[in-house]
Design a protein around this ligand. Structure first.
Ligand code: UD1
Length: 351
């Protein structure tokens, strides 16, 4: 297949490009080389035969050029992370929402009917919770006074009791709780609208906490694994927020790339969008992750700080069952192996 990978110079996108090329696909990359990820503005090395276009997905003329002769689009270009503050909103909405709309309109003009979209588990907000009295409930938003007092678990919205967390399935109603999350959900809605009006097929891959080689170093937009790894390299202890008991699903970037390949080559949904969790199915706490990484790196050991970030969710872990059943995707890199390797994997940009 001839595939356009937007954001193909980025962390996840570059691994997707590798996986597609290794499977015999012809790949073109469109990437804006955003300064947050590419401060030197230099095109990273790409596999032989990959065509690179430098440009912005918000520009219709650039998009038309990028889509020429293409059979399918894998849309990885996005502004990621929790961001700094509300002043980030226009940039997130511009790149993630407007950019996706421009791309989809271009795909309709070029009569391209296959889309794989980089989704995110952030669309769920808090994960799935069960109250011993009220059954399955959405977790109440965490209040500042509780967080300040070290009460990190979200309470039952009905009776205030402690909740038990469980895995989210794709049927869990979305509940975006920050700007990035809102834009990732918008992307899915736009792709669903495109699919139903053009008859195209869209797959949204809801990535959980992705880590691995080429992860961007420590920035306000970086995931926690890169922040901990950057701290260790600088001789500092990884600072674990809250009490370290937050559950996440850390999934290796090569597994995420393989999930994209499975989605690209599966029978596309007919005039619809179908969402899939992309997760290892093996949740770990952020505290465990800090410990595993610090041990593999050779110290210093993690420090649990009790600090918190507004907009962070407490637990979000996924059921990987639908992706296994329908796409044949199962993560292969174990937490132990992945974290051991991540202690020395190259990050971007180089120091
Ligand atoms: C992360 C990504 C999100 C992505 C999602 C799925 C970021 C900022 N967030 O969400 O964009 O869609 O995975 O791949 O990239 N923490 C610490 N110490 C730190 C930083 C964070 O303990 O120095 C904690 C946070 O409080 C949080 C957890 O680590 O509880 C995970 O944080 P992070 O990786 O930033 O974000 P997610 O919400 O999991």
């Amino acid at each position: 297949m001839r595939v356009l990978v937007t954001g193909g110079a980025g962390f996840i996108g570059s691994h997707v490009v590798d996986a597609f090329v290794a499977d015999g696909h012809e790949v073109r990359v469109l990437d804006a080389l955003l300064p947050a990820v590419h401060p030197a503005g230099v095109v990273p090395e790409l596999p032989d035969g990959v065509e690179f276009l430098h440009g912005d997905v918000r520009d219709p003329a650039t998009v038309d050029r990028a889509l020429g002769g293409v059979d399918a689009v894998c849309h990885q270009a996005a502004m990621v992370g929790l961001g700094v503050d509300v002043q980030d909103m226009p940039e997130y909405a511009g790149i993630n929402v407007l950019g996706t709309a421009v791309l989809l309109a271009g795909m309709a003009r070029a009569d391209i009917g296959r889309l794989v979209l980089a989704g995110s588990m952030v669309v769920y907000g808090e994960g799935r919770y069960e109250c011993p009295v009220d059954g399955a409930v959405p977790a109440a938003a965490r209040r500042r006074e509780d967080l300040d007092a070290g009460r990190f678990e979200p309470p039952c919205p009905r009776c205030g009791r402690q909740l038990a967390w469980g895995p989210v399935t794709e049927e869990t109603p979305p509940d975006p709780r920050n700007t990035y999350a809102a834009t990732k959900l918008d992307q899915e809605h736009l792709a669903a609208a495109w699919a139903s009006s053009t008859g195209g097929g869209a797959v949204a891959l809801r990535y959980h906490n992705v880590y691995g080689p080429r992860m961007p170093r420590d920035t306000p937009y970086s995931g926690v694994a890169a922040i901990f790894r950057s701290a260790l390299e600088a001789g500092r202890a990884p600072c674990v927020f809250e009490d370290g008991g937050q559950q996440r699903d850390f999934v290796h970037v090569t597994d995420v790339a393989r999930a994209n390949l499975c989605a690209l080559t599966a029978e596309p949904p007919d005039g619809a969008l179908r969402a899939y969790n992309v997760a290892s199915g093996q949740p770990h706490t952020v505290g465990d992750m800090a410990r595993a990484l610090a041990d593999a790196f050779g110290g210093p050991g993690p420090q649990v700080t009790g600090e918190y970030r507004i907009g962070d969710v407490r637990h979000v872990v996924a059921s990987p069952a639908r992706a296994a059943d329908e796409l044949g995707f199962r993560a292969q890199v174990t937490f132990a192996d992945g974290m051991r390797a991540f202690a020395t994997d190259p990050l971007r940009p180089a120091p």
